[in-house]
Design a protein around this ligand. Sequence first.
Ligand code: ZN
Ligand code: ZN
Length: 352
Amino acid sequence: MAKFVVTPASQAQREAWVGGAIPEVERVRPGLWSIPVPIPINPLRYVLVYALELPDGVAIVDAGWNTDEAYDALVAGLGVAGYAITDVKGVLVTHIHPDHYGLAGRIRETSGAWIALHPADAGLVRERYDDEAIDSLVERERALLARCGVPPLTLDELAGASMMIRHMVSMARPDRLVEDGEELGLPGWDLRAVWTPGHSPGHLCFFSPSRRLLLSGDHVLAKITPIVAVHPQSGPNPLADYLDSLAAVRKLDADEVLPAHEYRFLELAERVDYVMAHHDARLAEIEQVVGSLDGVTCWDAATRLTWSRPWETIPPFMRRSANNETLAHLVWLEAKGRVRREPGEPDLWRLP
Ligand SMILES: [Zn+2]
Ligand SMILES: [Zn+2]
């Protein structure tokens, strides 16, 4: 597969990313700011929060993880743009993941801002509020992993998975639900929501036709591809959703993509084509693995795929997401009739 490398829209931002630093606060366009907010213990290092100037303050796209360090970085970044945290009128959240949604509640407490989310992700917040619902979520995850043939988890690993979910419990409920195609109605901005399920069931991108800008969240990024996995809170065929969502943003007439991680860049359509080709190649690789064995579990298939590093060196928690990503590809192939599932404990996968 020929490598396609995007053109950075900001050399300084790209150099900071490549050099392992946190980029500067930047004015992307008149009235539009990019504010890096650090994420603790995560190779992505920061989320890029965008501040959109309004006549009486700012609206921000994404918020950051709920830590003091992130909050302070956001306050300082808004300061560079000439605003205080109390000037935030609205928080548009691309999706429910804690690096995007975590701080939204705290910002609302300080500033009275509204919080907006797509209904599909808003539904997941409600589930995570309830202790019993969280236990059932962990239980469903365990059942899903068992059907994949994942070796039984140690208690420590299970506790880790449960902690991961509990971490998000303090997240606030949204004030405003944003549907596909909705005009946000921000004064001075022709900003429109584009529903892009896949990475998360309610993922939203935001598009400004007059400025020809796409705020892409985690949907399209310069170098990495977002995790698209089957899990208890995913849709039944998240990879199909994701590929459809890529096709939806590919049609947009954008000169620049403003993602939530790494750095902003120019070529939306070419980057989308490359990500689609990457998934095609991955699907072919998985189909080939299924064809080479007489009945394989999802987990065994995952261990035979090429990953960015040798399987043995991937930590257990990340192996589970690798398994769930493999499952997303198997489910997609099953829906197309390219593989079939023999249900059981575990499920076995075969060619038709
Ligand atoms: Zn995410
Ligand atoms: Zn993210």
